[in-house]
Design a protein around this ligand. Structure first.
Ligand code: GSH
Length: 344
């Protein structure tokens, strides 16, 4: 009898523990839905990629991938709270649960993907590191930077590649390091270092906000690979899938000729089976993601396809002015490497 009671007590404890564990392992999607908005981490305002206007609204290429996830979940790209932190603390901030994802010119590397409790989802911008100098220096190549002082942000791949590059070229340099990109830019503009190094997109972005952008040139060398994309915490695969396939939806939409202007019509008239599956008219692509069948439709309708995002925020008609044609960021069908897996 005693034994039986003890066993019952143990069983009750086990049930208690199981429901406790269940409460703790609520999925990220459930947490976000209950909260009613997505927490998305961006960096310190950076024109074209994550810009902040005077009304406190965020926009930009990387912000659009936050908005795509909010649109996929809520059908509304405005259901987001943005966290803006420095590069130095971005991974601990995400790992601590302060945000559900980050989308902020962050490079996919082995250590970041395997040692920080985080997962990279996909690449939304293919980049590489370069150097920005004042034209008055009169140099045309990074190989002429021997002995230069170079402004660089801490906690970045930039800092590591800089050392690798100068070592491999047998050149010397003096790093001038900063945690705050605004202090870095001020120092560079006042002549506090000979060159400013970052992802070339980052250099173009910051230069667009200089008082006299035309006085500065990005040297031709690209010294690294910087595949940039959204990151999530490790351990919730469905959440990683939602972020990854939201980005893929923008890419495949462009490939299939679907944009924010025609998606409604495509949904009712298209006979293309992949378009019909993507837009939720047939098939069940949404079920594993835990979303409604119009998730991708909502992304395309409210945020646009990849090309629309690129041209709106960083393309040649914007101050950041990064030509897409002929770059890695063109679609694979246009000579680039932007490629989404099949929607089936
Ligand atoms: N892609 C590199 C560099 C990231 C980086 O430095 N980004 C630039 C903009 S492209 C920047 O100014 N970051 C400051 C910030 O994000 O607050 C990395 O992941 O470490």
């Amino acid at each position: 009898m005693k034994l039986k009671t003890t066993l019952l007590a143990v069983a009750a404890l086990a049930v208690g523990a199981a429901s406790g564990a269940q409460a703790q392992t609520k999925s990220t999607l459930e947490i976000v839905k209950e909260r009613g908005y997505l927490n998305c981490q961006v960096g310190q305002p950076n024109p074209g990629f994550y810009s902040l206007d005077d009304k406190g609204q965020w926009s930009g290429h990387d912000v659009a991938f936050c908005r795509a996830v909010a649109a996929a979940i809520f059908g509304d790209p405005s259901k987001i709270e943005f966290q803006s932190v420095t590069s130095q603390v971005r991974f601990t901030s995400l790992a601590n649960g302060e945000s559900d994802m980050l989308s902020r010119t962050t490079t996919w590397t082995t250590t970041r993907d395997t040692q920080l409790g985080l997962d990279f989802t996909t690449v939304t911008f293919y980049d590489g590191q370069g150097f920005l100098v004042n034209k008055s220096m009169g140099i045309t190549s990074a190989k002429q930077l021997n002995g230069a002082s170079v402004c660089v942000l801490t906690g970045t791949t930039t800092e590591l590649n800089l050392a690798d590059y100068f070592r491999s070229q047998g050149m010397n340099f003096t790093p001038v390091t900063f945690e705050d990109v605004n202090v870095l830019v001020d120092t560079f503009l006042k002549g506090g270092c000979d060159a400013y190094t970052n992802d070339k997109s980052g250099l173009a972005s910051r230069r667009s906000a200089f008082p006299t952008p035309g006085d500065y040139v990005i040297l031709p060398e690209t010294i690294s690979k910087e595949p940039l994309g959204p990151v999530v915490r490790e351990g919730d695969n469905q959440w990683g899938d939602i972020v990854r396939w939201s980005a893929f939806a923008t890419i495949v939409a462009e490939e299939l000729g679907i944009n924010s202007g025609n998606v409604e019509e495509m949904r009712t008239t298209s006979k293309n089976p992949e378009i019909r599956r993507l837009l939720g008219v047939e098939g069940n692509l949404h079920t594993g993601l835990g979303l409604s069948n119009d998730w991708a439709y909502n992304i395309i309708k409210t945020v646009g396809n990849y090309g629309e995002i690129y041209e709106a925020f960083v393309g040649e008609k914007t101050p950041v002015n990064i030509p897409r044609a002929g770059s890695l960021n063109a679609l694979w069908t246009n000579g680039g490497v932007l490629y989404a897996p099949p929607f089936r």
